[in-house]
Ligand binder design. Structure first.
Ligand SMILES: [Ca+2]
Length: 146
């Protein structure tokens, strides 16, 4: 009788352990470094700097150079700036096209606002040195550091 009781307890403990393990592996699945180890914006920039920069331009005409400075990109290496570019290039085409540029602030945070058509055009003109109508990775890095 006593032996049977003991067996029941140890079975319960094993079940508990199994369910804890399940919960743990479930948690690790929902961590940010998931698919192919792709970087997210907060791996590259401080969340508080992103918020500060987005707040600054909430009601102000967007100025890319000023934004890059506020968000901390001007102080970054060219390689890190290129990693930011790769996060912003949502479709992985190697370019930030006009349509992606309109939503570029949402690449920094989902709280970011859309750029107006005028702001989008001004941003594109400032960055698009070769005039192909889209921003390449080198053009982007140049704009941040020029
Ligand atoms: Ca693209």
């Amino acid at each position: 009788m006593d032996a049977e009781k003991g067996r029941r307890v140890s079975t319960d403990a094993k079940e508990l352990q199994a369910s804890l393990f399940k919960a743990e592996s479930h948690l690790s699945l929902s961590k940010p470094h998931d698919e192919a180890g792709k970087l997210t914006m907060t791996d590259l920039l401080k969340p508080e700097d992103i918020k500060k920069s987005l707040d600054f331009f909430a009601g102000e005409t967007f100025d890319p150079k000023k934004f890059f400075e506020l968000v901390g990109m001007t102080a970054m290496s060219a390689d890190s700036v290129k990693q930011v570019f790769m996060v912003l290039d949502v479709d992985g085409s190697g370019f930030i096209e006009e349509e992606e540029l309109k939503y570029v602030l949402q690449g920094f945070s989902k709280e970011g606002r859309e750029l107006t058509d005028d702001e989008t055009k001004a941003f594109l003109i400032a960055a698009d040195k070769d005039g192909d109508g889209k921003i390449g990775i080198d053009e982007f890095a140049t704009l941040v550091h020029e």
